[in-house]
Design a protein around this ligand. Structure first.
Ligand code: CO
Length: 165
């Protein structure tokens, strides 16, 4: 089990475009495992490689136990539909929460840990988590998209868990 240190903003590692994965080897499997261990440790619903200091187009999403784990390598958003605003948080921005508008539905293409291409559709919080993580891979951070900030006290009052990603 390797829990990595989370890179917090501001840090140039979190900004800019990340490199595409071209070698699907044991190093990639190790990275995916480290992402999983780190996400679990910090109770996130997703995490992207730059957040643990690796500038590659790799992220994972774990919206809930029912949907389970999605490992996304070189992901691309193919289609989006609708828009909804919900409270979001990010592991790289401790204590920062706010409403962010995201598509209600998305269609995504990605590669799995063996390099096989797959597509899938996500809705609601699952779609939000996917878009949040995929944007990390181009250095697009959620704080710039916040429509309205929410304090931790307000979050408690709203009885919302606003999962961090
Ligand atoms: Co994030």
């Amino acid at each position: 089990m390797t829990v990595k240190k989370i890179i917090e903003s501001p840090n140039p590692i979190l900004e800019g475009l990340n490199e595409k994965v071209s070698t699907f080897d044991r190093k990639l499997v190790k990275l995916l495992n480290d992402l999983m261990d780190t996400m679990m440790e910090y109770d996130g619903a997703g995490i992207a490689a730059p957040q643990i200091g690796v500038n590659l187009q790799v992220c994972i999403v774990y919206p809930d136990d029912e949907i389970g784990l999605y490992e996304l390598i070189n992901p691309e958003i193919l289609e989006t539909e609708g828009e909804e605003s919900e409270i979001e948080g990010c592991l790289s921005f401790p204590g920062v929460y706010g409403y962010v508008a995201r598509p209600t539905k998305v269609k995504i293409k990605a590669q799995d840990r063996k390099g096989k291409t797959f597509t899938f559709e996500a809705e609601g919080f699952f779609a939000r988590a996917c878009v949040h993580e995929i944007e990390h891979l181009s250095g697009d951070l959620f704080d710039k998209k916040i429509i309205k900030r929410v304090t931790e006290e307000e979050l408690v009052a709203l009885n919302s868990e606003a999962e961090v990603q």
